[in-house]
Design a binder for this molecule. Structure first.
Ligand code: MN
Length: 314
């Protein structure tokens, strides 16, 4: 994904003050990306910038794809983060400046580590038909990795915890001792909860981590309280367990992690620590340096928007 607002404001991503369990709902923002793809951006949002190292969450679609409606997000750069792509329906095609070209389907994970810099495109595969729906997250990289080499991983299958009528797929990180094979650099979890039959579900959490839920479809309750769909529900830290109940067919995303211990400045497709790093990355992209070329993409690369907002250094 790319941030397509013509004049994005820089966002100083501070984690929420963790003070034990809370239940706070944050509204997302709707936006249109390339090809008519509508998204809800749930993170960052006003009042909540990060959950652990998670600093970005887009819910993509559902979108009907056909010959006239295809996703086509041209080459654009990233630094300082990992992108995590997970689909519920449909297919997407990733191409990057390392030379990777990878179709992703439901049940599979694409993980791109930007480090010092990478460029990629995201498209509907040629001839796509049917519904596309999924999520893309960004994970801020810690200082030890944020200037490191770029990398790309595709995982064709992921570990699943089956319990009662529920399936919990561990996308990244660890939950209840089950670990995803995807490479991450801070203690965190990203998991998909699908309640096939409806009923209750209890999940053990790491109490030193902060957590959030995002309900895609269906009715989910926590401690008897209903959770709105397409909204980030911030749960705070200090929870030993999560006691959920959900209707049949409910799908939700659980995010969590150790509160991120460094400033994270988010602008366009960059996560950095200082204004100067953002300015340098923007200049490097505009000069055609540093990020490499997505040679297999047929079309123009995206231009960086103007850097007009005031970037606050912390
Ligand atoms: Mn992207």
């Amino acid at each position: 994904m790319t941030n397509l607002s013509p004049q994005p404001d820089p966002i100083d991503c501070q984690h929420a003050d963790c003070n034990g369990p809370v239940l706070r709902e944050y509204p997302g923002r709707e936006a249109l990306l390339g090809g008519g793809l509508s998204i809800v951006r749930a993170l960052p949002t006003r009042g909540l910038r990060m959950v652990g190292a998670w600093c970005f969450l887009d819910h993509m679609g559902p979108m009907q794809t056909d010959a006239q409606h295809l996703i086509d997000i041209g080459p654009h750069p990233h630094i300082g983060l990992q992108t995590v792509t997970w689909l519920f329906e449909g297919q997407m095609l990733h191409k990057d400046s390392l030379g990777y070209e990878q179709i992703i389907r439901p049940g599979q994970l694409n993980l791109m580590t930007a480090g010092h810099g990478i460029a990629h495109s995201e498209e509907s595969p040629p001839g796509s038909q049917g519904i596309l729906q999924g999520v893309q997250f960004w994970i801020a990289l810690p200082d030890s990795q944020r200037d490191g080499p770029a990398a790309f991983e595709h995982h064709a299958s992921l570990p699943v915890i089956e319990r009662g009528g529920s399936r919990i797929t561990i996308l990244v990180g660890e939950l209840e001792g089950t670990r995803s094979p995807a490479t991450v650099w801070t203690p965190l979890v990203g998991a998909e909860i699908v309640q096939d039959a409806g009923g209750s579900l209890s999940v053990a959490l790491q109490p030193t981590h902060e957590h959030a839920l995002f309900v895609i479809d269906g009715e989910m309750h926590i401690d008897g309280q209903p959770l709105a769909n397409d909204r980030l529900i911030y749960l705070g830290d200090g929870r030993e367990r999560l006691d959920l109940s959900a209707s049949a067919g409910t799908r939700a995303i659980l995010l969590g992690g150790e509160p991120f211990g460094a400033p994270a400045l988010l602008w366009w497709n960059f996560v950095a620590r200082t204004t100067e790093e953002i300015e340098q990355a923007r200049a490097d992209w505009e000069r055609g340096e540093r990020f490499g070329d997505v040679t297999r993409y047929n079309g123009d690369r995206l231009s960086a928007p103007p850097l007009t907002g005031r970037l606050k250094a912390r």
